[in-house]
Design a protein around this ligand. Structure first.
Ligand code: APR
Length: 314
């Protein structure tokens, strides 16, 4: 891609960390931040821009004060949203964030009509579905970032447990980006050695449980959700798309018959390249894994139905 211009909508913890990581990696020519609170985007763009004095390539980091100033991006990352407050139900949060996504997507369609969209806002799979429905774009252009982060969290747990293989751990998590996510130890490995040949059943169960709790553990300490690993995960996916590197990365994508489902988003392994999703990889799942996928899909469908009943897709 010639432009290598990335827009990030939502300059909060995750969006700004993604921008900073991209700038430090030297992945893009230009990163543009937009936030509904313009001063947040402006201040962080200045700070990150100053940090690029020591980055490998001089990435240009700017802020868009209004949505029309974020134009002609090759990729737009959506990290806009509100956190859940005590008085909100899950359905309340879903509806508020879906309204934000509606607003954001309207601007992307207007000002960056060719962009690939990387959705990060939660609840992830449902928001990614909303982006599909509101854009009507080919499904390869819309990708939800979840498996990259959950896989990183699982790698971290494996690393902690086995105590060797630093940087060599590859872990795969599929399904939804919530309570029913599916860490998949049978196809995870350290230095190419299958995990089940290194650790026993109890350790494996610990890794699965700790991976699922990965986000909540951080909230317990920080009282806010994570941003370093999410930011890095976004940057890795952006880089794969801009470089057309065709890495395999579990991501939330719209299924059209794969895994026995249609018209629902779900985290599955995909090949990431210049067209976004180059290919969806269909794993040959046993009955136990298929049952887990069904539970994941049901939980996503439940959220989609809440929005459908609110008239979001009509
Ligand atoms: N347009 C642009 N920005 C918006 C909009 C909007 N319509 N609505 C809210 N925002 C901005 C907020 O002003 C805030 O700066 O989105 C930003 C969200 O940032 P944080 O509250 O810091 O949240 P963060 O931790 O970055 O998480 C963002 O990513 O991982 C997910 O669950 C997380 O959905 C959440 C999102």
């Amino acid at each position: 891609m010639v432009g290598r211009k990335v827009g990030i909508v939502g300059a909060g913890f995750v969006g700004a960390t993604a921008a900073y990581t991209l700038a430090m990696m030297g992945t893009c020519r230009e990163v543009v931040l937009f936030d509904i609170v313009p001063d947040v985007a402006i201040g962080k763009a200045i700070d990150i821009g100053q940090a690029t004095a020591y980055s490998p390539k001089g990435t240009i980091v700017t802020a868009a004060k209004t949505p029309d100033e974020m134009r002609d991006c090759d990729i737009v990352v959506i990290t806009a949203g509100v956190p859940r407050r005590r008085e909100m139900t899950r359905a309340d949060l879903l509806i508020i964030n879906a309204k934000i996504i509606t607003d954001v997507v309207g601007n992307i369609k207007k000002y960056s009509p060719e962009a690939i969209i990387l959705c990060v806002s939660n609840p992830l799979d449902i928001m990614t579905y909303v982006v599909h429905k509101l854009t009507g774009y080919d499904r390869n252009r819309i990708i939800g970032m979840a498996g990259a982060l959950d896989g990183a969290r699982m790698s971290y747990q494996i690393q902690k447990k086995v105590g060797f293989g630093s940087g060599q751990t590859r872990a795969i998590v599929i399904g939804d980006h919530g309570q029913n996510m599916i860490p998949y130890p049978e196809i995870s490995a350290v230095g190419g050695v299958p995990l089940d040949q290194i650790i026993g059943k109890t350790d494996m169960e610990d890794i699965i449980a700790n991976t699922k709790e990965g986000g909540a553990e951080i909230v317990k300490y920080l009282k806010t959700s994570a941003y370093y690993a999410p930011g890095r995960s976004i940057a890795v996916m952006v880089e794969a798309i801009l470089d057309d590197s065709r890495i395999v990365m579990p991501s939330s994508v719209l299924l059209d018959g794969e895994y026995g489902y249609k018209d629902i988003t779900l985290g599955v392994p995909v090949v990431l390249g210049a067209n976004g999703v180059e290919k969806i990889i269909e794993l040959d799942l046993n009955d136990e894994m298929k049952a887990k996928i069904d539970v994941s899909v049901d939980s996503i469908q439940e959220g989609v139905d809440v929005l459908r009943n609110e008239g979001f897709f009509s």
